[in-house]
Design a protein around this ligand. Structure first.
Ligand code: S3P
Length: 176
């Protein structure tokens, strides 16, 4: 493999179910660096699950904790891969923070594929997508994507397709 400098923060962005955590873990193992799932970090930090945070603090409260945790995790002084939450880039200027503190990668997977994956995976940590019929789920994803895509598109790397692989990410990282 051609060598390249690994940035301190490699952020994976995209809709819920776009593969941020799975690819993030694979990538971190391959590069032999740390992996953080921001949702998991938030739950550890808050001492309660994402759904409970939404119930007790509302989405606004969740977004404040999310912003805080994004910064705390990013400040660790070693290279790492961070899987962000689907809404992370769209609140509290997080997208600017991401672009100023590392390399962002947008995993742009077709929404129909995402909807099928979410039906399989369930929506435990995804209160915004809970208790929906498949048709309602797809409509909610379309609505969110419409609001979010301009934020996602602000990052350096945009990978698009139904089956983005770790090697696709490595090739892009080598190219920048
Ligand atoms: C959210 C996505 C979730 C989680 C929270 C809010 C969103 O993360 O952060 O439920 O706003 O789309 P995933 O993208 O990992 O599902």
């Amino acid at each position: 493999m051609k060598a390249f400098t690994i940035p301190d923060n490699i952020y994976l962005l995209g809709m819920p179910g776009s593969g941020k955590s799975t690819l993030g873990m694979e990538l971190s193992e391959h590069l032999k660096i740390e992996f953080y799932d921001l949702d998991q970090y938030i739950e550890n930090h808050a001492g309660k699950g994402i759904t409970q945070i939404f119930i007790e603090d509302g989405e606004d409260g969740f977004r404040v904790i999310e912003n805080h945790c994004l910064q705390r995790v990013s400040e660790q002084p070693y290279p790492k891969v961070i899987a962000t939450g689907g809404g992370t880039p769209c609140f509290h200027h997080n997208i600017d923070y991401i672009n100023n503190n590392g390399v962002g990668i947008f995993l742009d997977v077709p929404l129909k594929i995402i909807a099928d994956r979410l039906i399989q995976q369930g929506t435990d940590r995804r209160p915004l997508l809970r208790d929906k019929t498949p048709k309602e789920l797809l409509a909610q994803l379309q609505d969110h994507f419409f609001q979010r895509k301009d934020y996602y598109l602000k990052v350096l790397i945009h990978l698009e397709g139904p089956s983005i692989s770790m090697n696709d990410i490595i090739e892009e990282l080598k190219a920048i």
